[in-house]
Design a protein around this ligand. Structure first.
Ligand code: GAF
Length: 385
């Protein structure tokens, strides 16, 4: 929807004009999956798909929302003691408002319209995009003066506390800090970050969508997080030198294997290997060795599927099929898992050929059409009006 149409829709729903309009993108992640909440590194980038938030104060004392994507309205009773909604999408907004209200009780009556083109359930973090667009719009409207990092942390806290998904910081950080033409190497422990130019010349970044919505992901996600905490606790009680997962070697892990048990050991092994893979992948980028980078992506998929066990038959099918195709430099499942997309780096001009090779087989195997999203790396959260 164009901005003019969104403004018109806002006027129809709320009988006034918005004071602020923001846009915040979805994200991809090239490598470094399930490492953010394990104090590791990640390598995400913002993409061109975005969520827009239009906002204005109202005098009702309630928070009123309309989602153009869902064609649904939602309204709170008052604006204190916010209650979660069964509709789900309002919760990302309510969670952000709850975080802001801890410091700014001034937020009471607000009208919000949300719209966008970030595919939902595809693992490109439409939720972080919505949280970041909301916190940015409120920060602008009220002139709270929060930094981007503070807004990222509030958006993450909204998801952890109000939505109940104990996610790490990657998605909100990538959405807020994205920069066209660059990936972000983020140290999820110190929160230091560096932009790496990502020269996609000669390459296309394609998301191959299983169409499996990752509905199981939130409970399994929290379970993975707990398993890693259990493993890490055992490592720390055995090795005084271990402050974060980055201090852990495979040899240390091996020594703790019996006390951890197979499952927790495998989760930790994946994390240790993925941290090493990401460091090596950054060296590949600096050396402009994309072939080697791509091989590491396949390695990540294998680890996520076999050790971390967050893949599914559909993701494995697509990742395996990609590995057989010479046009694909690297591919792997992306995001929390259990559905969503495989991210593939494909030689420019070869995408149609790749799709012709994979899509019919996918349809035959699973009885659904594989989706495709061609992505470009774009800028982070911004004010439009
Ligand atoms: C989800 C979470 F929100 C992120 O924090 C991250 O852990 C990711 O899964 C897995 O890398 O997108």
């Amino acid at each position: 929807m164009e901005l003019a149409q969104l403004r018109q829709l806002f006027a129809e729903k709320f009988q006034q004009q918005p004071t602020v309009v923001t846009a915040s993108p979805g994200r991809i992640n090239l490598i470094g999956e399930h490492t953010d909440y394990n104090h590791g590194f990640v390598l995400p980038a913002a993409i061109q798909f975005k969520v827009c938030v239009l906002l204005a104060p109202n005098v009702t004392g309630s928070i009123r929302m309309y989602s153009a994507s869902h064609q649904q309205s939602f309204e709170t009773i008052g604006s204190a003691h916010l209650q979660a909604s069964d509709l789900q999408w309002p919760n990302y907004i309510l969670g952000v408002i709850e975080q802001l209200q801890k410091q700014h009780p001034v937020i009471n009556g607000i009208d919000l319209l949300i719209a966008g083109d970030v595919p939902v359930g595809a693992g490109v973090s439409s939720s972080a995009a919505l949280e970041c667009a909301t916190v940015f719009a409120l920060n602008e409207h009220f002139n709270f003066g929060h930094s981007k990092l503070e807004m990222v942390q509030m958006a993450q806290a909204a998801e952890n506390e109000f939505v109940g998904v104990k996610c790490g910081i990657m998605d909100q950080f990538a959405s807020m800090f994205g920069k066209a033409g660059h990936v972000i190497k983020l140290d999820c422990d110190s929160l230091e970050y560096e932009y790496f130019p990502f020269d996609a010349a000669g390459l296309e970044i394609v998301l191959l969508d299983t169409q499996v919505k990752h509905s199981l992901a939130s409970s399994e996600y929290n379970t993975r997080r707990k398993e890693c905490e259990t493993g890490f606790g055992i490592l720390q009680s055995n090795f005084a030198s271990v402050k974060t997962f980055r201090d852990v070697t495979e040899d240390m892990l091996q020594q703790c294997k019996d006390s951890m048990g197979e499952k927790v050991y495998n989760r930790c092994l994946y994390v240790v290997q993925e941290n090493a893979r990401l460091a090596a992948a950054c060296d590949d980028l600096l050396a402009n060795n994309l072939a080697s980078f791509g091989q590491r992506m396949f390695g990540t998929h294998h680890g996520l599927s076999k050790l971390y066990e967050v893949s599914c038959a559909e993701l494995d099918f697509i990742a395996d099929a990609c590995q057989q195709q010479p046009a694909v430099i690297g591919a792997r499942m992306m995001g929390g898992g259990f559905g969503g997309c495989v991210i593939a780096l494909v030689k420019a001009g070869e995408v149609d050929h790749l799709l012709a090779a994979i899509a019919p087989a996918y349809q035959q195997q699973f009885g659904v059409a594989m989706g495709v999203h061609r992505v470009a790396i774009g800028d982070g959260t911004r004010r439009i009006v």
